[in-house]
Design a protein around this ligand. Structure first.
Ligand code: GLU
Length: 468
């Protein structure tokens, strides 16, 4: 059975690069009926924070990347790492290295001066005893000195490393704590990971990890190294390029479906198809079709996808997302129209859910003042009489629905010899506070009789106050 994992270090928010890696690993597992594991690599205690762990969990949940196992935490597995380090020591695959920092620094400086690649020279490889009882030491993996490490990367193809290029890496520090290359190997082995999907900044770690796995007589998984994401200026994507945190996209009013669709296409394609539902992604994704070269982030394409999913998505589901943004604005939506109806009314003109919530406040809240420009243009003394007549026509309706409302509007406009817009726009300002709203009859229906009539009264009072 296929088993993949996402193994972030909780040293910051979940960024889009990490999210894409997680998505690819998740898709591959789902596509082949396998399992997906979440593992938090929190052994760097200084840089790992609980807030980052939470940000990762929140990001995974928001994107709907569910896991079958985990979250595992490496800090809870320290005894197991110690066990494997002892096993490697006992088997002669690792050794204690007593070289001082100073010695290593001098060695490095010499190698650099001779234009050699800095690497440990293996001085402690064959020591038979400690220089002195209890002397401080690290533990190094005894890397093979001859031969090659060859693996077929699912994305990059055949990759070959000469063992001569790899030195004996430290697997436990002086304080006994295990290093990344050791913990990752133990975990991938224990958790039965068959496919390691990760960023290509780890390519150079792979031969080392394969050698350790071999020393443990463990199965070697398949590897798929995903190329990095660049900003629109060709530089590695970073905060400079704007929002890169997954949760920031939520806060900015993006739908997770849009971000997922955007991320899946960033480095993977299926013909020239652009829109992929979650089900389609699962059915079509394959690691072999992931591009070898870095992809550039393109915010306008993400915006386009967001609008697509706002327009075409399930209104009930979008409504649940929209509720979050009303909360952020401090708008109580427990009274007033159903949020799914707001979505239906607004979805053609909102680029983000933040915009949709902002433009829909008036359905739930009284406004304190009118948009100044809109009021100056539309709430003029000359409109007071037609607006009052319209208010009375509305009040007389038995049926508060689109058709009769529209009928009353047309009849009143005709009576005062006004073009429809000349009455509809003042009405819009009166009931919404501004000059943009969904179609007027939809807006009236959603607002309801009582609120509409109250707001018309308020607008009439506003006009009289101006005259006075
Ligand atoms: N924890 C590592 C990172 O965040 C990933 C390790 C891996 O995927 O092997 O870069």
């Amino acid at each position: 059975m296929i088993k993949t994992r996402f193994a972030p270090s909780p040293t910051g928010y979940l960024h889009v690069g990490g999210a894409r890696t997680a998505l690819y690993a998740w898709l591959y597992a789902r596509r082949y009926g396998g399992q997906f594991v979440l593992r938090i690599e929190d052994t760097d205690r200084e840089r790992s924070t609980p807030e980052s762990v939470q940000a990762i969990l929140d990001g995974m949940e928001w994107l709907g990347l569910d896991y079958d196992e985990g979250p595992y935490y490496q800090t809870e597995r320290m005894d197991r790492y110690q066990q494997v380090i002892d096993q490697l020591l006992d088997g002669g695959h690792a050794y204690r290295c007593y070289c001082s920092k100073e010695r290593l620094q001098t060695l490095r400086a010499e190698q650099m001066a001779n234009k050699q690649k800095p690497r440990y020279d293996g001085r402690c490889r064959d020591l038979t005893a400690a220089p002195e009882e209890g002397a401080p030491h690290v533990i190094r993996f005894r890397n093979p000195t001859a031969g090659e490490v060859v693996f077929k990367d699912e994305i990059r193809g055949l990759i070959v490393f000469d063992n001569k290029e790899l030195d004996d890496l430290v697997i436990a520090r002086t304080d006994g704590t295990p290093t990344y290359n050791l913990t990752v190997v133990v975990d991938d082995w224990d958790m039965g990971i068959t496919h390691i999907v990760r960023g290509d900044d780890h390519v150079n770690n792979t031969p080392r990890q394969i050698n350790i796995l071999k020393a443990l007589a463990a199965d070697i998984p398949q590897y798929a190294h995903v190329p990095m994401i660049l900003g629109d200026d060709g530089k590695r994507l970073s905060k400079r390029h704007g929002a890169v945190s997954v949760m920031q996209y939520r806060d900015d009013g993006y739908l997770p479906e849009a971000l997922l669709n955007y991320l899946v296409r960033l480095g993977w394609s299926h013909g020239d198809q652009e829109i992929f539902s979650r089900e389609e992604m699962v059915a079509l994704f394959d690691l072999g079709a992931v591009s070898k070269s870095a992809a550039a982030f393109n915010t306008s394409k993400l915006q386009w996808l967001n609008q697509h999913y706002i327009k075409e998505g399930d209104p009930e589901q979008t409504a649940r997302r929209l509720a979050f943004h009303f909360e952020q604005l401090g708008v109580d939506t427990s009274h007033g129209p159903a949020l799914a109806d707001i979505v239906l009314a607004q979805r053609e003109r909102a680029k983000t859910l933040v915009e949709m919530a902002q433009n829909s406040r008036f359905f739930f809240q009284e406004f304190d003042s009118y948009d100044e420009k809109a009021a100056r243009k539309n709430l003029k003394p000359t409109i007071a009489e037609p607006l009052r007549a319209l208010r009375d026509a509305f009040a007389a309706l038995n049926d508060w629905s689109a058709q009769p409302l529209h009928g009353a509007l047309i009849a009143t406009a005709e009576r005062y010899e006004l073009k429809l817009g000349k009455l509809a726009q003042p009405l819009r300002v009166a009931i919404s506070g501004g000059s943009v709203s969904p179609p007027i009859d939809v807006t009236l229906v959603l607002l309801g009789r009582e609120t509409t009539l109250n707001r018309l009264d308020k607008a009439l009072a506003f006009i009289s106050a101006q005259i006075a």
